[in-house]
Write a protein that binds this ligand. Structure first.
Ligand code: AN7
Length: 330
């Protein structure tokens, strides 16, 4: 069932929707054994365009349509671009996405282009792209669908509702990757509306950890391209969420992220993108107690290159039984 089952807690009608939300919450047996916690994975890669962004985009684009917008724009590290492009296409609006040149994963570029969006490769990073689209939106009648848009947060808060509905109560801890900090803001809003919140444990990549250092990072770097963000737009909201929930924001290294990414694929059967694995990397590094939900924000198919760099190579084989026996069973 889609997130629109919570329509009474959302600010618009579902004008543009394709079954977003209602994603699986999967018990992670191997991770539970490793950590001594009861670990659950919220598999957000199961959304229509492969990430949690669709939760916010269905609400934001429904609002844009209601307001008579003709153009939808965003800055993006990949997932927002694909999601905005898809929902704009479905709504019959023009979509334009600004991405950091050479820094977004192949799958997302293909998606945004297939949905007919204008894809603009900015010679700069995400933070510069966001600053410039904010200026653009102040001057022109375009609908800005980054998470500075309140409708995005409203849609994304439904993930917290789903977690509580699945478990019967809030977990003790929720581990979540943090980039522009919209999602942790949304989970906090959702749990707050229910009056039952876990401790929110946010994780940033070491080379892109402004909230951990308490200062913007001018040249963020990480293998987790989705969270290569140096100056989060939802800074104050996110810090409020960590403090109020008695949680924390911490950093994990690229090596730790890639180890968690590999473990999720090979032991839990869940292929997420590197940024998503930051939540599990953080849990493994810093530990937790009780019942823990790790949010896996996006699908691994976004970024085949990182997967292929990481995984073992394919086995070449002649078309004969003996060769196949050796290749398969040897
Ligand atoms: C898979 O698409 O910022 O802290 O432009 O794609 O709410 O920003 C993506 C962010 C985590 C961080 N995991 O969420 C974008 C973009 C994945 C993501 C995040 C993103 P926020």
């Amino acid at each position: 069932m889609s997130l629109w089952r919570y329509a009474d807690r959302l600010p618009v009608e579902p004008l543009v929707t394709m079954g977003e939300g209602g994603t699986p919450l999967v018990l992670a047996e191997h991770l539970s054994e490793l950590t001594g916690c009861e670990v659950w994975l919220k598999v957000e890669g199961a959304n229509p365009t492969g990430s949690f962004k669709d939760r916010g985009m269905t609400v934001a684009v429904s609002a844009a349509v209601q307001e008579g917008a003709e153009v939808v724009v965003c800055a993006s590290t990949g997932n927002t671009a694909a999601s905005a492009a898809a929902y704009a296409a479905r709504a019959g609006l023009r979509g334009a996405v600004i991405v950091p040149e050479g820094k977004i994963a192949t799958g997302k570029l293909a998606q945004a282009l297939m949905h007919g969006a204008r894809v603009v490769a900015l010679r700069g990073n995400f933070d510069q792209a966001l600053a410039v689209v904010r200026e653009l939106a102040a001057l022109h009648p375009v609908s800005l669908v980054n998470s500075v848009n309140e409708y995005r947060i409203e849609g994304q808060k439904t993930a917290a509702f789903e977690v509580v509905d699945s478990l019967g109560e809030a977990p003790d801890v929720l581990c979540i990757p943090v980039g522009n900090a919209g999602n942790v803001t949304a989970y906090w809003r959702g749990f707050s509306e229910l009056g039952d919140s876990p401790a929110l444990h946010g994780y940033q990549a070491e080379g892109a950890a402004p909230l951990v250092h308490g200062a913007p990072v001018s040249q963020p770097e990480t293998v987790a391209s989705a969270i290569r963000i140096g100056n989060p737009a939802r800074w104050e909201d996110a810090m409020g969420a960590f403090t109020s929930s008695r949680g924390a924001v911490r950093a994990v290294s690229d090596a730790e992220i890639l180890d968690a990414y590999t473990l999720l694929g090979s032991r839990e059967g869940v292929f997420c993108e590197p940024a998503s694995a930051a939540s599990v990397a953080g849990l493994l590094k810093h530990g937790a107690e009780g019942r823990v939900v790790c949010v896996l924000t996006g699908h691994g198919l976004k970024d085949p290159q990182t997967a292929m760099n990481r995984a073992s190579s394919v086995v070449p084989c002649e078309p004969e039984l003996a060769a196949v026996e050796k290749a398969v069973l040897g």
